[in-house]
Design a protein around this ligand. Structure first.
Ligand SMILES: [Zn+2]
Length: 226
């Protein structure tokens, strides 16, 4: 009996017990959900298939050899998912989304390393985690690749860039990112990881910072595309 109770409470903690959808509040059958959202609601996410259409759309914002992208950022639906990942204090959610992503897209080229876009340490302190790092860790579990969250540094704790013009964002981002000295020696195939792709300015700024140190950016993966 004690064993059963322990098992049940463990199951609840692990989030594998029957739960209800975070979007529609309907009960979800075991394991048929994505980070707490039922498969019916996921159908309305505007999920990108791993095909040439998605690759082309992505490359219009950020041109790179290898890509992976999750879903469309929509005001009425998926923006709530991103908001929960960033501010909801639910780090497990974004890791699960990372595993979901990695199961839907082929693995990156062998020998690649996932480098998440860093947040400033002050923001990390407020939030308790970097969502891009957790997202990368979720994917790394499935793809069996390395994550390096110490390579890139966010040097500026600037105001949010949401709403700025493309040119304005680019200018502001130029000196925002830098590299940690320890990674200068060996060249690796870098896959950049971020939660949202808007204009691609952040990814470009990070690629510039890494390439100045002789790193090769071969790919990028984002959870949502605006
Ligand atoms: Zn639902």
């Amino acid at each position: 009996m004690i064993f059963t109770l322990n098992f049940l409470s463990q199951a609840l903690l692990e989030g594998i017990a029957p739960l209800t959808c975070l979007k529609c509040a309907e009960p979800i059958p075991f394991e048929s959900h994505v980070a707490g959202v039922c498969s019916f609601c996921v159908m309305n996410w505007g999920v990108f298939e791993s095909d040439m259409t998605s690759i082309t759309l992505f490359r219009e914002r950020f041109y790179v050899e290898w890509i992976a992208v999750g879903f469309r950022l929509r005001e009425s639906g998926t923006s709530a998912i991103i908001h929960r990942c960033k501010y909801g204090g639910d780090p497990k959610c974004i890791k699960k989304l990372g595993r979901w992503m990695a199961r839907r897209w082929p693995s990156p080229p062998s020998g690649s390393v996932l480098i998440p876009i860093p947040i400033h340490w002050k923001r990390r302190l407020q939030r308790g985690y970097n969502q891009a790092k957790l997202f990368a860790e979720g994917m790394a579990e499935v793809w069996e690749v390395e994550v390096d969250s110490g390579a890139l540094l966010r040097l500026k704790h600037g105001k949010s860039l949401t709403g700025s013009s493309r040119k304005g964002r680019g200018e502001a981002l130029k000196k925002t990112f830098g590299c940690h000295h320890k990674m200068m020696s060996d060249q690796r195939l870098v896959i950049l990881v971020d939660d949202v792709l808007t204009t691609g300015a952040t990814l470009r700024a990070c690629r510039d910072a890494l390439e100045k140190q002789g790193q090769k950016v071969v790919g990028a993966v984002v959870l949502a595309m605006a």
